[in-house]
Write a protein that binds this ligand. Structure first.
Ligand code: GAL
Length: 424
């Protein structure tokens, strides 16, 4: 493996989500899902990394990893425990965390919704209820008014496609629905919520004269769908790409509701609602045609026998990162932030190579003039990995959940070195 050069202006860091690390909150949709026994290994998000009580310690670890920037999520239910009621302690907690990050010289990128939200919202139908749009904007407004002087960079919504699919179409995540109309309703509400929040964040930071340029985007989960070599597979791959990626991204970026989410209309006006293109990249799928699979648009997702796998069986395919950055840069011409990229690897025997191979693709893109400006490794430390629970380990830092002992892995040491040098 030859080395690579990322350049001193390239920002590197780690990403987490509030529900996956904080622990201790009983007022959100995932708490209930855990209580109902829906987690594969029987673990529970109430424990996670107890990060809520260990913020200083974890920021010190980020410093040890030489992180320039850190992507964190806010827990909506801690800020607005019941509809329209604000919890000052919740807001103060995040103000303190952001201040500590600032003092540590780590630039925050804040996610407003990362799969979890308050039970009062869930009980109204969650993201299916059109009222969520107005509630999300109200929450955004509160957050920006209270914390907006400390944060320039925002992600409104994490992976709208994954959230809508697993929560409302396959039913694996709360609220466990399996309905195509629900999937489309959720996406439509998310598009509207994103656009209104985008405008709100910009206008509030400007009105209050908060320092620094405001940047707002979405963390898009994008996979590579490569068809098997036949016409039917190619058709299916195009449809999957359209339904899982295109309608969502076009909605978020341009405000356009495409078929079958809408009639190519722009309910909130035409525009461009993305200051950077956030890309969460993990893997690719080979698409085969399968007549008996109408629910998957007659497709079947396969892996490539020639590629190494992570602990969850996902193909490791670094080139996909290159292909997607090129594609979306050509399409939208905005800076790209890799808002997540990482590997489930409990033994830590593949993670270092994974990091090297993916960053080498980033270096290549930058050499070609594609403005990939940031990279957030998923994730800082092993955490509560949704329905996989505590068993799926994506961390640069190992966590013993019993004792909450954190230990930097070898791959974490390597990552720290690359973050410091910006070359290898
Ligand atoms: C993403 C998600 C993260 C994390 C990661 C690893 O889809 O945004 O929260 O779980 O996958 O599976």
């Amino acid at each position: 493996m030859k080395g690579f050069e990322l350049g001193a202006d390239f920002l590197m860091g780690t990403a987490t989500a509030s529900l996956q690390i904080e622990g201790g909150d009983t007022n959100n949709n995932w708490y209930r899902w855990c209580e109902e026994g829906k987690i594969n290994d029987g673990s529970h998000c109430i424990r996670a990394n107890d990060h809520y009580n260990r913020v200083e310690q974890d920021i010190a670890l980020m410093q040890e990893l030489n992180n320039d920037t850190y992507r964190l999520g806010l827990e909506w239910s801690r800020i607005e425990p019941s509809s329209g009621q604000w919890d000052q302690a919740g807001l103060d907690h995040y103000r303190r965390e952001l201040t500590l990050l600032q003092e540590a010289g780590i630039r925050p990128l804040v996610t407003l919704h990362h799969f979890s939200h308050p039970l009062w919202l869930e009980d109204m139908g969650g993201w299916e209820n059109p009222k969520v749009v107005e509630y999300f904007v109200r929450y955004t407004r509160k957050v920006v008014e209270y914390l907006g002087d400390l944060v320039q960079d925002w992600i409104t919504i994490n992976e709208p496609n994954v959230f809508a699919l697993t929560s409302y179409l396959t039913g694996e995540w709360p609220p466990g629905k399996t309905s195509i109309p629900a999937y489309l309703r959720v996406l439509k509400n998310m598009v509207k919520a994103h656009i209104l929040a985008y405008r709100e964040i910009h206008s509030l930071r400007q009105t209050h004269n908060f320092p620094g340029q405001t940047l707002v985007g979405v963390a898009n989960h994008i996979r590579v769908f490569d068809p098997e070599d036949n016409a039917r597979a190619r058709r299916v791959a195009r449809w999957l790409d359209y339904m899982f990626h295109d309608i969502v991204i076009t909605g978020m970026v341009e405000g356009k509701l495409s078929f079958p989410m809408g009639r190519n209309n722009h309910p909130l006006g035409k525009g461009f609602y993305m200051d950077f293109f956030g890309l969460n990249y993990y893997s690719r799928d080979i698409i085969a045609f399968k007549l008996s699979n109408p629910g998957m648009l007659f497709g079947e997702l396969k892996t490539d026998p020639g590629l190494a796998k992570n602990d969850l069986g996902w193909d490791i395919y670094p080139k996909g990162l290159y292909r997607l950055c090129k594609k979306y840069h050509q399409k939208y011409q905005v800076p790209i932030f890799i808002t997540e990229n990482g590997i489930c690897d409990a033994d830590d025997d593949q993670r270092s190579q994974y990091i090297i191979d993916h960053l080498a693709q980033v270096a290549k893109l930058r050499q070609e003039g594609i403005p990939v400006q940031r990279y957030y490794h998923w994730t800082l430390m092993d955490n509560f990995e949704w329905v996989e629970g505590e068993s799926a380990r994506f961390g640069l830092i190992h966590c013993d959940f019993e004792t909450q002992q954190r230990t930097i892995r070898d791959s974490g040491r390597l990552y720290a070195k690359i973050c410091r040098d910006k070359f290898l």
